[in-house]
Design a protein around this ligand. Structure first.
Ligand SMILES: [Zn+2]
Ligand SMILES: [Zn+2]
Length: 300
């Protein structure tokens, strides 16, 4: 299973309609939490997610609406007797932040916290997938994240295998793993004779707070799902620029440039009780757009 669960789709402050930033991305048995705004652990429970599957918490930047839920969540995991290590990834400063919490609160956690500060590149390697980050343009050092599946082998052509006289059974698996086999007539059959072209992996990309920038477009390149900052509408484009955010239309332009399949607008300002105007502006530029809502789930 490859899916994203929106835990918080609001900007700056939690409202009754939208919690602050957090997205859970699940790839098979691994779950990554991207940002951890206030109240994220409760949203996690509401979404029916399991703490045991949480492999890493990735914080885009140290603004409160992206990190204020972190301490509570890490302590809850400790109280729940977690023993498996947890990766905490973020921009430089995250280590110092956690150290200060431990020092002043006088508590740590009962499991090993593997803190990884990064300014770009792959930070986590999982089975058949990786988690990468890139520096965005938000005024303070801010990371966008991409969970991307590795390239998948091409589709297996059963008809071609039959025609070449490959015995049904383990030889099918060998060919799919890139090995050569001997057919029932004694001929050598290679994987290239029965496998289609390799298929690019699917990807979910999340750029929390950013102005439109090349780095965000490159991170989102060919993504299946692009979850992008769309704090404001076009009428507040100046304010968006000043505060380091995108408008909905700018998010849509980045989605077009990056060639993504699907765009999800998030980090919606609390001033938009009705986000339909934001959606309308984005759809004009990029048709396959939706506005995120809390607890919304998108399975690829
Ligand atoms: Zn924010
Ligand atoms: Zn911010």
């Amino acid at each position: 299973m490859f899916r994203a669960v929106i835990l918080g789709s609001g900007a700056s402050l939690p409202t009754l309609q939208r919690q602050t930033a957090a997205v859970a991305v699940q790839y098979e048995g691994d779950v990554y939490l991207l940002d951890c705004g206030e109240g994220t652990q409760l949203q996690w429970r509401r979404a029916g997610l399991r703490f045991g599957r949480l492999r890493a918490v990735c914080i885009s930047h140290l603004h409160g609406d992206h990190i204020n839920g972190l301490v509570g969540l890490l302590q809850t995991l400790s109280l729940a007797d977690r023993k498996e290590p947890l990766v905490l990834c973020g921009p430089p400063g995250i280590r110092e932040y956690w150290k200060a919490i431990c020092r002043y609160q006088g508590v740590g956690v009962g499991y090993s916290l593997d803190i990884r500060e990064s300014e770009g590149g792959e930070v986590i390697r999982g089975k058949d997938h990786g988690l990468r980050c890139a520096l965005l343009d938000h005024g303070v050092r801010t990371l966008g994240f991409s969970v991307c599946e590795d390239e998948r082998p091409g589709r297996f052509d059963i008809a071609a295998a039959e025609q070449l006289g490959v015995a049904v059974g383990p030889d099918y698996g060998r060919l799919q793993r890139g090995e050569t086999v001997t057919s029932e007539t004694g001929a050598t059959v290679g994987p290239e004779q029965v496998l289609g072209a390799a298929r690019p992996g699917r990807g979910i990309v999340y750029t929390a707070d950013t102005r439109p920038c090349v780095a965000a477009v490159e991170l989102a390149r060919d993504a299946s799902l692009f979850i992008c900052d769309a704090t404001f509408g076009t009428e507040l484009e100046r304010e968006a620029r000043a505060r380091g955010h995108c408008t909905a239309a700018q998010a849509a332009r980045m989605a077009t440039e990056a060639g993504v399949d699907r765009l999800l607008l998030t980090h919606i300002s609390a001033r938009y009780h009705d986000a339909r105007p934001l959606l309308a502006e984005a759809v004009e530029v990029f048709a396959n757009t939706e506005v995120a809502s809390d607890l919304m789930e998108i399975t690829l």
